[in-house]
Design a protein around this ligand. Structure first.
Ligand code: B1M
Length: 537
């Protein structure tokens, strides 16, 4: 045992007892496994056994549209680049947002926070601005890849303390005050120097990964060979891992993918551990899958076989994106909610309102999307921050629905007062808010007490207003007892009040068992029950 503690439901007394019982036990020692590992808050990626793909698309270099997105703070565009690359199969995302006239510190930090909230992939924080680097590392949930340090004293002095303080695997470029050496021997010497300085800062060798700098062969015919020779020596003689921005090698040449793919294969054969690359390039993906199959890293060639079909039919990146959009056009809103794109969800919902009824959007788009996220959460493919992002996205869509229904304006509140709340201990309020929206639209004067509301507060409000109806919502098995407690209290101090209950965990039988008057499986049936019961109230 290394760590003991308590989560939801434990109390200070429980923790005290755990401390007492475990006081004499020495934690199992942590054995250093000497692995080069980076991680997000959910997933770890290890350098060494398999080639690692680092998606290069979150980078403004040579990308006009990306630059524009940065200048306009268009986070949806940037997040979509992350999502698309994840779908293409990369293991890590490079994040570089450096352009002139931008507050890089703020932008990098925001981008890292937003990406890590919706994706599981570890990130490579890629910046030469150490202020931005520190700010992003501070907010990063996991062990980041840090790109980069180099052999200049100034660079090592600025970057190594951050690596030591925040943890991470740092990419070290084999250049120094004299520039990029022309020979493999000189690059090797810089790597040795970097390693020894890193060790002086207490950074383990396994946490330094060397980039031997791919330069374009259009300017220097020996460029690729020097890079490969350096790679091989550094990997074999220093026993470290390596990384390369592969695409630079073809700069200035036509059909760059052809060169990049061949260079990638050569680099892998010479000891490349991780490639910063374009996952939309078929040539690169072909090399990746064929290399793994040829090296016995792909059992029964299963990954190669499933990828091979797309090698024949896959359209270019640009067409692929358009096709994807077309194919998923009908569920774009639910996709935005599932992905947790708040602004996009609001925009799509607003657009959809011109052709669909607000309630149809709720029933056909928003609720099924939340169900998908809920199932993912249950199956542990979606994690809490992602659930939270989806909830926020659904909320922003609801704001639009709400606006549309209010402008409808035909039903001004004129019917009975309805006190509504999510019960104590429960913070789920999306369903309750739909109930509120519908009730208001049908003319009830809803007094919404919010979520996590204590039984006493609900009873007090019902009595104060002499409200004929109270509505309680509970979404968790653990909060149904609070619902029962509230009903008991209401029966005691407001016997006139009819109580309607709802929420995903309830059933009609259970509602009856805890003493409610009515159970409503959804918001519309809540309204119908009320209308049937007291049409003229
Ligand atoms: Co959480 N959550 N969540 N969650 N969450 C569920 C409910 C869960 C089923 C997910 C899962 O594990 N599969 C699970 C409960 C398991 C259980 O007890 N059986 C769960 C859990 C465990 C948790 C946390 C404990 C997670 C954690 O921290 N480890 C935590 C709870 C914290 C707390 O409450 N103390 C938590 C947190 C959250 C978020 C904050 C991230 C977010 C809520 C945001 C918000 O509401 N503002 C969230 C979400 C979004 C969900 C899911 C994905 C979706 C819920 C939802 O909004 N559905 C949910 C999984 C799921 O249900 N698929 C899940 C859409 C909504 C329209 O449906 O609320 O059922 P619903 O409302 C329906 C009907 O039930 C009915 O009308 C609506 C439709 O018309 N209805 C009423 C509801 N209330 C009614 C009242 C009425 C009449 C009808 O009359 C008064």
């Amino acid at each position: 045992m290394r760590v003991a503690g308590g989560c939801c439901g434990t109390t200070p007394e429980y923790i005290k007892k755990v401390v007492e019982k475990t006081k004499g036990i020495a934690p199992v020692a942590v054995a250093d496994k000497n692995l080069t590992v980076i991680s997000s808050y959910t997933h770890a990626v290890m350098l060494g056994n398999e080639p690692i793909l680092i998606g290069e698309r979150i980078n403004p270099t040579g990308k006009k549209r990306f630059k524009q997105a940065l200048l306009e703070n268009d986070m949806n565009y940037i997040l979509a680049e992350g999502v698309n690359q994840e779908e293409r199969g990369v293991h890590v995302l490079d994040v570089n947002v450096g352009i002139p006239d931008i507050d890089e510190k703020r932008m990098l930090t925001d981008t890292v926070c937003e990406l890590q909230a919706i994706l599981n992939l570890p990130l490579q924080i890629d910046t030469s601005d150490t202020g931005a680097m520190e700010s992003a590392l501070r907010r990063y949930n996991g062990k980041a890849m840090i790109n980069s340090v180099n052999g200049k004293d100034e660079s090592m002095k600025a970057v190594f303390p951050l690596v030591k303080k925040y943890g991470g695997v740092v990419v070290a470029l084999t250049l120094d005050e004299n520039g990029i050496p022309e020979t493999a021997d000189e690059r090797f010497a810089i790597a040795e120097k970097i390693l020894s300085v890193a060790e002086g800062y207490g950074i383990a060798k396994k946490d330094v990964v060397f980039d031997t700098l791919a330069m374009t062969i259009s300017a220097d015919p020996s460029a690729a060979l020097t890079t490969l020779r350096s790679l091989k020596r550094i990997k074999n003689e220093l026993g470290v891992h390596t990384s390369l921005g592969v695409s630079n090698v073809s700069f200035g040449l036509p059909n760059r993918d052809a060169i990049n793919g061949t260079f990638f294969a050569l680099a892998l054969e010479n000891g490349l551990s991780a490639a910063i690359m374009n996952p939309y390039s078929q040539d690169m993906m072909k090399v990746y899958y064929t290399y793994r199959a040829l090296h016995g890293l792909d059992e029964n060639c299963a990954d190669y076989i499933s990828a091979a079909e797309s090698f024949i039919t896959a359209p270019s990146a640009a067409t692929a994106t358009v096709k994807k959009d077309e194919a998923e056009f009908k569920s774009e809103l639910s996709e935005a909610i599932i992905r947790g794109f708040k602004d996009k969800a609001a925009q799509l919902c607003a657009a959809l309102l011109s052709s669909s009824a607000p309630l149809d959007i709720v029933t056909n788009e928003i609720i099924p999307a939340l169900d998908t996220v809920g199932r993912g959460f249950e199956n542990k493919t979606v994690y809490l921050p992602q659930l939270l992002m989806s909830a926020e996205a659904a909320k922003s869509a609801f704001e639009k629905i709400k606006g549309a229904m209010q402008t409808d304006g035909e039903n001004a509140p004129s019917k009975a007062k309805f006190v509504l709340a999510t019960v104590h201990g429960d913070i789920h309020d999306i369903g309750k808010n739909i109930v509120k929206l519908l009730l208001e639209n049908y003319g009830y004067g809803v007094v919404d007490l919010g979520r996590d509301v204590a039984p006493g507060e609900i009873a007090e409000k019902v009595c104060e207003l002499h409200a004929p109806y109270a509505g309680l919502s509970a979404l968790m098995t653990t909060t149904v007892p609070a619902m029962e407690e509230t009903i008991k209290l209401l029966r005691k101090c407001a016997p006139w009040c009819k109580i309607i209950v709802g929420g995903a965990v309830l059933t009609a039988e259970y509602a009856e068992k805890i003493g409610a008057d009515f159970y409503a499986p959804d918001a519309m049936s809540a309204v119908r029950r009320l209308e049937e019961m007291c049409p003229n109230v």
